[in-house]
Write a protein of this length. Structure first.
Length: 183
């Protein structure tokens, strides 16, 4: 499936409070679990603003390619995704084509839907974030209902947010596999 993905993230404090607020405004919880992600590069993708990612979440394996990533008030990218049967075989194919794993990260994710938006609470070792994905107007409406200001949103990737976090703390970014992936 190929589409333009539009999203914004917010750093949040109390995830339970946000989850209660989501339920109060009519958001429906659709899934939760540990998400395992591996980004691949051949030396040119990231440099040219592209992403190739293999994801494992709740028994599904998804290969994603993002291009044309732009950032203004929202992060937008042309996104092509396909479900694959075998994570390891796809990883082997990518390696055979000259791609190398450039970053591995895991997060605990809870997904909700509200109207046409997908809202995720992401728990990572360097913070908890709320990600809202949909069209711009619906994203604005959802953020407003949750008391979030679009101007304070984050349009960076989690990798970039993590790299910034490490620079602030005086450390080096590394792989973020802190929980054992299942499935």
């Amino acid at each position: 499936m190929r589409a333009i993905e539009t999203e914004i993230k917010f750093r949040i404090g109390d995830e339970n409070e946000i989850e209660d607020m989501l339920k109060a405004i009519g958001a429906e919880k659709i899934s939760e679990g540990l998400e395992h992600n591996e980004s691949f590069d051949n030396g040119a993708l990231r440099r040219n603003g592209m992403l190739l990612r293999l994801r494992k979440f709740n028994g599904k394996n998804i290969l994603t390619f993002k291009a044309g990533i732009s950032k203004d008030k929202f992060k937008k990218a042309e996104e092509t995704e396909t479900e694959i049967n075998d994570f390891q075989k796809m990883k082997n194919i990518l390696r055979s084509l000259g791609f190398k794993v450039s970053w591995i990260y895991e997060k605990k994710r809870t997904n909700f839907v509200l109207g046409g938006t997908k809202i995720s609470i992401d728990r990572l070792p360097f913070g908890t974030f709320l990600e809202i994905e949909g069209d711009e107007e619906e994203i604005r409406e959802a953020a407003e209902k949750l008391g979030l200001e679009i101007g304070k949103g984050i349009t960076k990737t989690y990798r970039r947010v993590y790299e910034d976090y490490c620079r602030e703390k005086g450390g080096e970014p590394e792989t973020m596999v802190l929980w054992k992936a299942k499935g």
